[in-house]
Design a protein around this ligand. Structure first.
Ligand SMILES: Cc1ncc(COP(=O)(O)O)c(C=O)c1O
Length: 453
C-alpha cells in the first residue's frame, strides 16, 4: 500500500482534527504533508503547494529557515526542555530582553506560555488578580469589555471574551459575562466605561484587524481612542497581537501604527517564526509590582504550564528575530504589500466576490452570503489545492496570509490560483445546487447565511 494511503487510514482511524466535522473529513482523502521548503509545503507524493495561510497564520520566514533550524539544533545539543518553575535558562532570559526591546514602550515583563489562547487567558487572569490585590473599591473591577466578533482563543477565559456565535455560544453557561462593543464605536465604549465606572478590569482588543471574524478591519484612530478611554477610566488595555504580531499588518506590531502601548500584549503564532508552540504575555512594571509582597501574603500569580518558556522554542524565537534583522523583513515586505493590494483590486472586481478586506499580509476575500450546505469556502480550498496552494476559509470568506518571506512571483501565483479556485468552486457549487440555494439576483431577498469554519 502507498504510504499516503497508510497515513490517511491511520489518521481516519485514530485522529480527531480541530475545527473539523469529522464526517466530512472522513469522506475525503487526507492530504499528508511530509516536508517543506521555503514557502512551499510538499505532500507525500512530492506535490508542492504554496503555504497561503502560513500554516495557520504563524509562519514568517518560510519553512526550514537555516537560522532557526540551526538555533534549534544548537539548543537540542544542550537541553530540549527544563522547567521555568524554580529554574531559568539562557534562551528564555535572552528572549525576554529582546521582546521588551522590540515591543511598544512600557512593557517590561514577559510571562511565557505555549499558545495564543494561554497568552490571552493569562492577561485576563493577571488583570483580574491585579485589581483584586489592590483591594478597596478596586476589587470591584471584575468585568471585561470585548469587541463584537472577537476571537482570543479556545480556552474558557478566552472564549468568555470571544464573540463568534458559532464557536462560542454552545459554552455560554460555562462563561463569565463580558460587555461587548462594535469595533470602531468609541462612543459605545465610552458609554459602557461610564455606566460601569469602577467595575471594569480591562478592555481586550485585537488591534487594527480581527482575524477570525473574517479579517474585519477597524477604522483608523479607533485603537488610539480605546487607549485614551482606558487611560481616562483607569482601565487596563489588553492588545491581543497573537495574529497581528510579527509583521502581519506591515509593522512589527499593529499597536505601533496608532502609537499605542497596551498594559498587556499577547504574542504567539509568529513569535518563533511559526516554528514551535510558544506564547508570551508582556505587561508593565505597574502590573508586575502589584503582584509583589511577602511570601505569606500570596500575591503570587499561581499560573504556569509544563512547557512554559520551553528552551527550544525560545531559541527558535531569538533566531526568528535575528532573521527579521538580517533579512530586512519589514522593509522588504512593503513593496510586496503594494503588489498584493494591486492584485486584490482585480479580485474585488470579480462577480463572485462581495468584498476584499485586509491590512498588510492579512487578507479576507468575502464571497457574500451563501447557504452553508454549499460549503463554498471549503470548495475554494479544495480547488486551490488541486492548483497548488493551501488556503483556508473562515465561513464564506477566503483567507490569504502568506509567509512574509514569500517572493513577489509566488504572491502573484497565490492570488491567481485563489481567483481561479473561487470561479471554479462557485460554478461547481451552483451547477449541482437546487434552485432555491442559488445566489439572490438584484431585488431579491438574499439567501440566509451562517458562518461555518
Ligand atoms: C487574535 C488571536 N488570539 C488568540 C488566538 C489563539 O491562538 P492559539 O490558536 O495559538 O491558541 C488566535 C488564533 O487564531 C488569534 O487569532
Amino acid at each position: 500500500m502507498r504510504k499516503t494511503g497508510q497515513i490517511g487510514e491511520l489518521d481516519q482511524r485514530y485522529l480527531w482534527h480541530p475545527f473539523t466535522q469529522q464526517r466530512d473529513w472522513e469522506a475525503e482523502e487526507p492530504l499528508v504533508i511530509e516536508r517543506a521548503e521555503g514557502t512551499d509545503l510538499i505532500d507525500s507524493e512530492g506535490k508542492r503547494y504554496i503555504d497561503g495561510v502560513s500554516s495557520l497564520w504563524c509562519n514568517v520566514h518560510g519553512h526550514r529557515n537555516e537560522l532557526i533550524d540551526e538555533a534549534i539544533r544548537d539548543q537540542l545539543g544542550r537541553v530540549a526542555h527544563s522547567t521555568m518553575l524554580g529554574l531559568t535558562h539562557e534562551p528564555g532570559a535572552r528572549l525576554a530582553e529582546r521582546l521588551v526591546e522590540i515591543t511598544p514602550p512600557g512593557l517590561e515583563r514577559v510571562f511565557y506560555s505555549d499558545s495564543g489562547s494561554t497568552a490571552t487567558e493569562i492577561a485576563i487572569k493577571m488583570a483580574f488578580q491585579y485589581w483584586q490585590q489592590r483591594g478597596g473599591s478596586d476589587a470591584k473591577r471584575t468585568s471585561f469589555v470585548t469587541l463584537t466578533d472577537a476571537y482570543h482563543g479556545d480556552t474558557l477565559g478566552a472564549v468568555s471574551v470571544g464573540g463568534i456565535e458559532l464557536f462560542h455560544s454552545a459554552y455560554s453557561p460555562l462563561l463569565f459575562e463580558a460587555h461587548s462593543v462594535e469595533p470602531g464605536d468609541g462612543d459605545a465604549l465610552e458609554a459602557i466605561l461610564d455606566l460601569h465606572r469602577g467595575e471594569i478590569a480591562a478592555v481586550i482588543v485585537e488591534p487594527l484587524v480581527q482575524g477570525a471574524a473574517g479579517i474585519r478591519v477597524q477604522p483608523p484612530g479607533f485603537l488610539r481612542r480605546v487607549r485614551e478611554l482606558c487611560d481616562r477610566h483607569d482601565v487596563l488595555l489588553v492588545c491581543d497581537e497573537v495574529a497581528t504580531g510579527f509583521g502581519r499588518t506591515g509593522t512589527m506590531f499593529a499597536c505601533e501604527q496608532e502609537r499605542v502601548s497596551p498594559d498587556f500584549l499577547c504574542l504567539g503564532k509568529g513569535l518563533t517564526g511559526g516554528y514551535m508552540p510558544l506564547a508570551a504575555t508582556l505587561t508593565t512594571q505597574r502590573v508586575f509590582e502589584g503582584f509583589l509582597g511577602a511570601h505569606e501574603e500570596y500575591r503570587t500569580f499561581f499560573h504556569g504550564h509544563t512547557f512554559t518558556g520551553n528552551p527550544l522554542a525560545c531559541a527558535a524565537a531569538i533566531a526568528s528575530l535575528e532573521a527579521f534583522e538580517r533579512d530586512d523583513v519589514l522593509l522588504r515586505l512593503q513593496p510586496k504589500i503594494r503588489v498584493l493590494g494591486e492584485l486584490l483590486a482585480d479580485v474585488a472586481r470579480m462577480d463572485e466576490v462581495a468584498e476584499v478586506r485586509g491590512r498588510g499580509f492579512m487578507v479576507g476575500i468575502d464571497l457574500g452570503a451563501h447557504d452553508p450546505a454549499l460549503r463554498l469556502g471549503h470548495r475554494v480550498t479544495m480547488e486551490a489545492r488541486t492548483r497548488g496552494a493551501i488556503i483556508r476559509p473562515l465561513g464564506d470568506a477566503v483567507v490569504l496570509m502568506p509567509p512574509l518571506a514569500i517572493s513577489q512571483a509566488e504572491l502573484r501565483r497565490l492570488v491567481e490560483i485563489t481567483s481561479e479556485a473561487i470561479r471554479a468552486a462557485y460554478a461547481l457549487a451552483y451547477e449541482s445546487a437546487p434552485r432555491d440555494l442559488r445566489p439572490a439576483v438584484a431585488g431579491e431577498e438574499p439567501a440566509p447565511t451562517a458562518r461555518a469554519a
